[in-house]
Write a protein that binds this ligand. Structure first.
Ligand code: FAD
Length: 262
């Protein structure tokens, strides 16, 4: 059942770790293949690379991101687009493997769907973003919010997703001062997407039947996250301290310890 897709045992944890690397390198392959680095998107990629270099759970992805950053101005000088340099054979960029030469391997573990076209990259990207959100410090929370919002807006290949996510980003009017607030914002935004897709997938028959969308985390994973149900609003009342604790355990400590030497 779909709960088996949750990171609740060592095998699932190992699978999720694998997919964070797979998602990262797939994201950069897409960016390079589709020539998505442009004068108007350049700054947002640099920001995201900064975030990955410091906080990606996998050491080899941190290393690859840092190396890309170091050569960024040489590979994409600001006059790159006004000259014919785009046509140059940029073998160093073509061969760029942000998480090392072994990834992407071309398949998914934790995020593997029951059909070819479901889950995979978009699931891996969520796992990556949540993993980043629980690894930052308070002083980086606004930067991380901007870096993630701009990255999704400029580089996520799914048009509907980037539009929806951009709307959620734009509706934030406060400044994030706490890492906790940002991690909870991302969690709650993901639940809004889940909620919308729950209805959509039920009426259109889309999605992956083996992995139906749920409000997350389900009680089976974190009963202390639930305070109760607001009957009038038909909304779950969350214990956000417990949710944050759960998120940091789930995406932070466990992933981090397993990624220690990679
Ligand atoms: P996913 O939703 O991808 O979740 C992956 C895993 O994260 C789950 O298995 C679970 O373990 C965990 N998880 C689930 N919910 C939460 C939560 N609230 N907080 C923390 N962890 C959680 N698809 C659309 O059709 N329309 C959209 O507008 C859209 N917007 C998207 C925006 C972004 C930024 C991303 C990354 C994806 C978006 N998608 C959208 C894709 C969609 O959200 C799913 O990724 C996709 O349908 C695959 O679903 P999944 O079952 O693998 O679970």
């Amino acid at each position: 059942d779909h709960l088996s897709a949750n990171i609740s045992d060592p095998v699932q944890i190992a699978r999720a770790i694998y997919d964070v690397e797979e998602a990262t390198s797939t994201a950069f392959d897409i960016i390079l293949d589709h020539k998505m680095i442009k004068p108007e998107t350049r700054a947002s990629l640099i920001k995201f690379l900064q975030l990955l270099s410091a906080h990606h759970p996998s050491r080899r992805c941190r290393k690859g991101s840092a190396e890309f950053l170091v050569s960024f101005d040489d590979l994409y000088p600001t006059d790159f687009w006004s000259t014919n340099k785009q046509e140059d054979d940029k073998s160093s960029v073509k061969n760029l493997k942000i998480c090392g030469k072994d990834v992407p391997r071309g398949y998914w573990m934790f995020c593997r769907g029951s059909k070819n076209e479901t889950r995979g990259f978009s699931c891996g990207l969520w796992v990556l973003l949540h993993s980043l959100s629980v690894r930052i410090e308070d002083g980086e929370s606004q930067f991380t919010f901007n870096a993630i919002c701009d990255f999704v807006h400029n580089f996520f290949i799914c048009e509907e997703c980037r539009q929806h996510f951009y709307e959620m980003c734009s509706s934030v009017s406060t400044h994030f001062n706490k890492a906790r607030d940002f991690a909870l914002w991302l969690w709650s935004s993901h639940n809004k997407v889940n909620e919308r897709l729950m209805k959509e997938e039920a009426s259109l028959g889309t999605g992956d039947p083996k992995f139906p969308k749920t409000i997350w985390p389900p009680k089976q994973l974190c009963s202390s996250c639930y305070l109760g149900l607001d009957q009038r609003m038909n909304k779950i009342e969350w214990n956000e301290d417990e949710v944050y604790k759960f998120l940091t355990e789930y995406y932070g400590r466990t992933l981090a310890s397993l990624y220690k030497d990679r």
